[in-house]
Design a binder for this molecule. Structure first.
Ligand code: NG1
Ligand code: ZN
Length: 558
C-alpha cells in the first residue's frame, strides 16, 4: 500500500507531461552564461540571457498556484534597471512577495541544466506537497520594455505546458498586478480585478477623502510627475479621467521620446539628488518621480536659492504617520501603530517619529519583503524604504473596527474621523508599494492639512548623508547582523567603523553587501555634508582594505 506522499508522487508523474516539458525546454534553451538568483526583486538580468528563466518561472508559477490553490501573479519587469535589462517577479496569493522557500526553488529551477529540469520540478512537487491534479491560474503583466512582450510569451508557454490557465493583463504597473492577484483571491472583496476596478476604487476613495478640502473652489493643486519613461505614464494617463480637475498633473517623461529610466525616474533622483532630465522645474514647484514599474515614488522641489530638496520614503512615512495619528486620536480608537524602516532611513526621521510623533520605529533588513513582514505585526504598520518604496498595512481586525465605527458611531466627530480612515484604507494599495496610490494619498494629506511641499519638508531636517559602493572580490564575505547595521565579518571591520564614527558629530555608518549588484554598499551620515562625505570615504577605505577590494582604491569625495 502506498502512503500519501508516495501516492501523490505517482499521481503527479501521470499528471505532468514530461515529454511536452522536454520539447518546450528546447525552444527556451538555457544559455549557461550567468547564475541567476531569485533575490529581493525577483530575477533580474540582461534581457538576452533570461529567456529560459521566464519559461521556467511559468512552470514554477503553475506549481505554486496548485499548491496554494490560488491565483498567482507574474510581473515581467526590471523596475528601475536600464532598459536593456528585464526580469520577473512572482506574486503570492494575497498580492505579497513570493514565500522564501519558493525563492530557493525558483533559483534552482532557473539555473538547472535542461536535462535536470524535470527532476527539479518533481523535487519541488514532493517537498511542497504539490498536487498536480489541482487547477492552476496565473495572471500576467508586463512593463513597457521592448523585450517584455517576448519574455511574457515565454512565460505563458511555461504556464501552458503544465496545463495552467492564465489571464494576460498586458501592460500594467507592478502594483496593479499585485492588486489583481489580491482581488482574485479574496472573491473581489479587496476590489474588482480589472484596471477599471483599480481606477474606480482609488479615485472614489481619493474623492471621498478630499471632499472637505477640494470642495473649496479655490483649492487647486498642481504637480509635475516624472514617469521615468515607463508604464506609470500610460496608467496615470488612463487614471487622470477619474480624478477631480482640481488635481492638476503634468506628466513628463511619458515614454514618447526618452529612454526608460535613463537620467530620470525615482532611483535617478534619489541617487543623484537632482531633478530628472525632461522636467522643467521652477522654484518651489511640487514634483515627483516614479520608477520604471511605478512601485516607488519620491517628491522634490527647488527653493528660491536653487537648492534641491528631496522628500524621500522617510519623509513620506512621516507625513502619512502624522496624518494617521491625528485621525486615530479623533476616533478615540486604541490601535497600535508602528513604522518600519531600514538602516538607510535618515536618523532625523527616526528621531522625529519616535520623539515628536511618539510612534515606535522598527528596523528591518533592506528589501520590501522584510519590511512588509514586520509591518504585519501591528494594527497599523507603516513601512517605507528611503528610496520611496512603501505602503501602509491595516490588520484585518483594525480594518473591521474602523469600518464598523464609520457606520455605527453616534458621535459625529468620531464618525467623520473613522470615515476618513476608512477612505484612507481604500486609497492605499496594501499589497505592495504603489507610486500612483502613494501619490494620491500624499496629495490628499497635503490638501487636507493645507500644506505646501515646503511645509511638509519642514517637519524635520534630514541629516546630511552619503552612499558609496566598493568593489570587492567576494561581497558575501561581509556578513552582517542587527538588521544589517553591524558587520560581523571580516574581522576588525566593525571595530574600525565604530572608531571612525566616534570622530564625527551625530554620525552613523554601516556597510552591507548589495542584494542586486556586485558591490558592497557604504552608508554614512553626520552633521554636515563634508563630514558625511569624509566618513563614507573612510569607511569605504576600510572595506577596501579589510575585504579584498578590487580595482582602484576609493578616492575622497570632492
Ligand atoms: P540592494 O542592492 O540590496 O541595496 C536595492 C535597494 C533596496 C531595494 C532593492 C530592490 C538601496 C540602498 N537598496 O537593494 O532598497 O529597493 O534594490 O530593488 O536603495
Ligand atoms: Zn520598481
Amino acid at each position: 500500500m502506498l502512503g500519501g506522499a508516495g501516492r501523490l508522487l505517482l499521481e503527479n508523474r501521470r499528471e505532468m507531461d514530461f515529454d511536452a516539458v522536454a520539447k518546450h525546454l528546447k525552444l527556451h534553451a538555457h544559455l549557461p552564461r550567468t547564475f541567476l538568483q531569485y533575490g529581493t526583486a525577483g530575477f533580474r538580468g540582461s534581457a538576452e540571457f533570461i529567456h529560459h528563466a521566464m519559461f521556467r518561472v511559468g512552470l514554477l508559477a503553475v506549481l505554486r498556484s496548485k499548491q496554494t490553490k490560488s491565483t498567482i501573479g507574474v510581473m515581467v519587469t526590471a523596475s528601475h534597471n536600464p532598459e536593456k535589462d528585464n526580469g520577473a517577479k512572482l506574486i503570492d496569493p494575497l498580492g505579497e512577495m513570493l514565500a522564501p522557500s519558493w525563492e530557493e526553488h525558483a533559483t534552482r529551477l532557473a539555473n538547472a541544466d535542461d536535462d535536470k529540469v524535470q527532476n527539479v520540478l518533481s523535487d519541488i512537487c514532493q517537498k511542497e506537497a504539490v498536487d498536480l491534479q489541482h487547477d492552476a491560474f496565473i495572471v500576467i503583466g508586463r512593463d513597457t520594455r521592448p523585450s517584455s512582450q517576448k519574455l511574457s510569451q515565454a512565460l505563458i508557454d511555461g504556464v501552458s505546458v503544465l496545463g495552467g490557465q492564465y489571464h494576460d493583463y498586458g501592460l500594467v504597473t507592478t502594483p496593479q498586478l499585485h492588486y489583481m492577484v489580491c482581488c482574485r483571491n479574496t472573491h473581489e472583496n479587496y476590489g474588482i480585478a480589472t484596471l477599471e476596478g483599480y481606477y474606480q476604487k482609488l479615485s472614489k476613495a481619493f474623492l471621498e477623502l478630499t471632499k472637505q478640502a477640494m470642495n473649496q473652489s479655490d483649492t487647486r493643486t498642481s504637480l509635475k510627475v516624472d514617469c521615468a519613461n515607463g508604464i506609470g505614464a500610460l496608467k496615470l494617463k488612463e487614471m487622470e479621467h477619474y480624478l477631480p480637475r482640481c488635481l492638476i498633473m503634468h506628466i513628463v517623461n511619458d515614454g514618447s521620446i526618452g529612454k526608460l529610466n535613463h537620467l530620470c525616474g525615482a532611483d535617478f533622483v534619489k541617487v543623484h539628488q537632482k531633478p530628472p532630465v525632461g522636467l522643467e522645474i521652477k522654484s518651489n514647484e511640487k514634483c515627483c518621480s516614479y520608477d520604471g514599474d511605478a512601485d516607488r515614488i519620491v517628491y522634490y522641489y527647488i527653493d528660491e536659492t536653487g537648492c534641491f530638496h528631496l522628500l524621500d520614503g522617510d519623509k513620506i512615512a512621516t507625513l502619512i504617520c502624522s496624518f494617521l495619528k491625528e485621525l486615530l486620536v479623533k476616533t478615540g480608537q486604541n490601535l497600535t501603530m508602528a513604522v518600519v524602516q531600514t538602516a538607510y532611513a535618515n536618523g532625523s526621521s527616526t528621531s522625529y517619529l519616535e520623539e515628536s510623533l511618539k510612534v515606535p520605529v522598527h528596523c528591518a533588513k533592506t528589501g520590501v519583503k522584510h519590511l512588509h513582514h514586520k509591518a504585519k505585526g501591528f494594527d497599523i504598520g507603516v513601512y517605507f524604504e528611503a528610496n520611496g518604496h512603501g505602503t501602509v498595512l491595516f490588520s484585518k481586525a483594525a480594518e473591521e473596527q474602523i469600518r464598523r465605527q464609520a457606520k455605527e458611531e453616534k458621535d459625529n466627530r468620531k464618525r467623520e474621523a473613522a470615515k476618513m480612515l476608512e477612505n484612507t484604507i481604500n486609497l492605499i494599495n496594501q499589497t505592495v508599494g504603489d507610486a500612483i496610490s502613494d501619490m494620491l494619498l500624499i496629495e490628499a494629506i497635503l490638501a487636507l492639512k493645507n500644506f505646501t511641499i515646503q511645509q511638509w519638508d519642514a517637519m524635520y531636517t534630514d541629516l546630511p548623508n552619503r552612499q558609496l559602493k566598493v568593489q570587492v572580490a567576494d561581497r558575501q564575505r561581509i556578513e552582517t547582523t542587527d538588521e544589517e547595521r553591524r558587520a560581523v565579518t571580516p574581522p576588525k571591520l566593525q571595530d574600525n567603523i565604530d572608531e571612525l564614527v566616534t570622530r564625527f558629530k551625530l554620525a552613523r555608518a554601516f556597510v552591507r553587501p548589495s542584494g542586486t549588484e556586485d558591490a558592497v554598499r557604504v552608508y554614512a551620515e553626520s552633521d554636515t555634508q563634508e563630514n558625511a562625505d569624509e566618513l563614507a570615504y573612510k569607511v569605504s577605505l576600510a572595506v577596501y582594505h579589510l575585504a579584498e577590494g578590487v580595482g582602484a582604491e576609493p578616492q575622497p569625495i570632492v
